[in-house]
Ligand binder design. Structure first.
Ligand code: ACM
Length: 386
C-alpha cells in the first residue's frame, strides 16, 4: 500500500507521550495535530485528507529508531514529523536516509549538522545561544557555570557557549552533567558547586522533567535569580508548567516564540491551541515550530501534488510561511529556517516577558561560520527586515 492508496496523505508522527521529555514533546504532537486539523477542515491537500500515523517513542532513542523503521517499512509513510532530543534525531536520521524519506525536525538544537533529508525548523545556535550569551555578558557578568543533562545536545551546546564566553573575555568556572532522569541528590552536588564557585550566571542545558527539580533546588538554596539567573534554551513554557511560580521567577531564555507574544498571528495560534487542548496547556516555541513546519510541508505537498520526498524537499527549500512568530523561510543552502530571535524573563506569574526583541529575522548559520560574539554587525548582515 502506498501513501496515496489509503485515500489519505499519511504522515508519520514521532513525539514522546511518556518519559523524561514528554511534556515538551506532547506540545509538539498537539501542535502538529492542530495544524493537520486546520488543513483537513479547509478540505485537506488536493481534496485528500492528511492522516497522521502516530506512535509513542517514550523519550527513548532506540524506540525512536525502531518506530521510524516501522513507519517507513510497515506503514509506508514517506514524510516524518518528529524528535525533540538530539539523540533521538541522530537515531532516526539514518533510518530516514536509508528509506529516502524526509524528516521535519521542530526543535532547537546544537547545530553542526546537515542532512538533505531533514528540514530543521527549530533554532540553530546562531539564532538563540549567541544572542543569549551577549545578553548575559552585558547584563549579569562573565563568570559562567554550565549545567546539563548527560547527552549530545548539552555537550555540544556547552562547547559553543564556552566559545562565546571566552570571546566575551569571560570564564567558564565548571561544566557539570546530571543524568537525564536526575533527582534531588544529583542537583545537591550542582548546588554545592554553585555555592563554592559563585558564578554570575548559570547556563543550563538540563532537559525535560529534571528541569523543575533543578529550579526548585535552586530556589530552596536561596539563590537570587535577579543577581544570578539560570539561563536555558531548554526551559520553555512546557517545563515551567511543572514548577511553582517562586521556582520559575527571574530565570531567562531565548527562543523565536513565546506564548505571551502579542502579535495577532501569535494570539490566534495560542487561542486555537488552547481551544483544542485547554487553557492551561503550555504553548512553547517547540510547539510553534511543529505547527508551522506541518503547514509548510503540506503546502509543499499541495504544490507538487506528491509526497515524494525529493519533490517535497525541493518545494520546501526557499519557501516562506507566515508563522505565529513572524514570517519564516527555509534556507535553500542548509535546510534550516530563518527565525526571529527573542529573549525573555519569567515574571512573578511564571510567564515569559520579552526583554530583548530586535525585530529581525536571522539567517540560519548552523556551522556558526559567520557569527562571532564580537561581530555585532552579524545580525544586520544576515537578517531581512519584515
Ligand atoms: C535538543 O536535544 N536538541 C534539545
Amino acid at each position: 500500500m502506498t501513501t496515496k492508496d489509503s485515500g489519505n496523505w499519511r504522515v508519520g508522527v514521532l513525539f514522546s507521550q511518556t518519559g523524561v521529555t514528554s511534556a515538551i514533546e506532547q506540545s509538539q504532537l498537539n501542535a502538529t495535530l492542530l495544524a493537520i486539523d486546520e488543513i483537513n477542515a479547509a478540505g485537506g491537500v488536493l481534496n485528500r485528507l492528511v492522516e497522521p500515523v502516530i506512535y509513542d517513542p517514550a523519550s527513548d532513542e532506540k524506540k525512536f529508531r525502531a518506530l521510524a523503521e516501522r513507519l517507513f517499512v510497515t506503514d509506508r509513510i514517506r514524510l516524518l514529523m518528529g524528535c525533540y532530543m538530539s539523540s533521538a534525531r541522530k537515531a532516526v536520521l539514518p533510518v530516514v536516509e536509508s528509506h529516502r524519506g524526509l524528516l521535519f525536525y521542530p526543535t532547537l538544537y546544537e547545530g553542526f549538522e546537515y542532512s538533505r533529508r531533514c528540514i530543521y525548523s527549530g533554532a540553530a545556535p546562531n539564532q538563540n545561544s549567541l544572542q543569549l550569551a551577549r545578553y548575559l555578558l552585558s547584563n549579569f557578568g562573565n563568570r559562567f557555570l554550565l549545567v546539563g543533562s548527560n547527552y549530545i545536545y548539552p555537550y555540544e551546546s556547552n562547547r559553543l557557549m564556552t566559545d562565546f564566553v571566552m570571546q566575551g573575555r569571560g570564564e567558564v568556572l565548571d561544566e557539570l552533567y546530571v543524568p537525564l532522569q536526575a533527582n534531588e541528590a544529583d542537583f545537591d552536588k550542582v548546588i554545592r558547586r554553585i555555592k563554592k564557585t559563585s558564578p554570575d550566571v548559570i547556563f543550563s542545558t538540563v532537559v525535560g522533567s529534571s528541569t523543575a527539580t533543578f529550579y526548585k533546588a535552586y530556589r530552596a538554596a536561596g539563590f537570587d535569580p535577579a543577581r544570578m539567573p539560570i539561563a536555558s534554551l531548554t526551559t520553555s513554557e512546557a517545563e515551567v508548567a511543572g514548577m511553582s511560580r517562586e521556582a520559575a521567577e527571574g530565570h531567562i531564555t531565548a527562543a523565536p516564540f513565546f506564548e505571551t507574544l502579542m502579535t495577532p498571528a501569535a494570539r490566534l495560534f495560542v487561542q486555537s491551541y488552547k481551544n483544542k487542548y485547554g487553557p492551561e496547556a503550555p504553548v512553547p516555541a517547540a510547539a510553534e515550530a511543529a505547527y508551522f513546519q506541518t503547514h509548510l510541508a503540506m503546502r509543499a505537498l499541495a504544490r507538487c501534488g506528491s509526497d515524494d520526498p525529493e519533490r517535497v524537499v525541493a518545494e520546501v527549500r526557499d519557501s516562506e510561511f507566515d508563522a505565529p512568530q513572524g514570517r519564516i523561510k527555509i534556507d535553500p543552502e542548509n535546510n534550516h529556517a530563518y527565525l526571529w530571535s527573542r529573549i525573555a524573563r519569567l515574571d512573578q506569574n511564571a510567564k515569559f516577558q520579552v526583554v530583548w526583541n530586535p525585530g529581525v529575522r536571522i539567517k540560519p548559520d548552523p556551522y556558526c561560520v559567520v557569527q562571532s560574539l564580537d561581530d555585532w554587525s552579524a545580525d544586520d548582515i544576515l537578517s531581512v527586515s519584515r
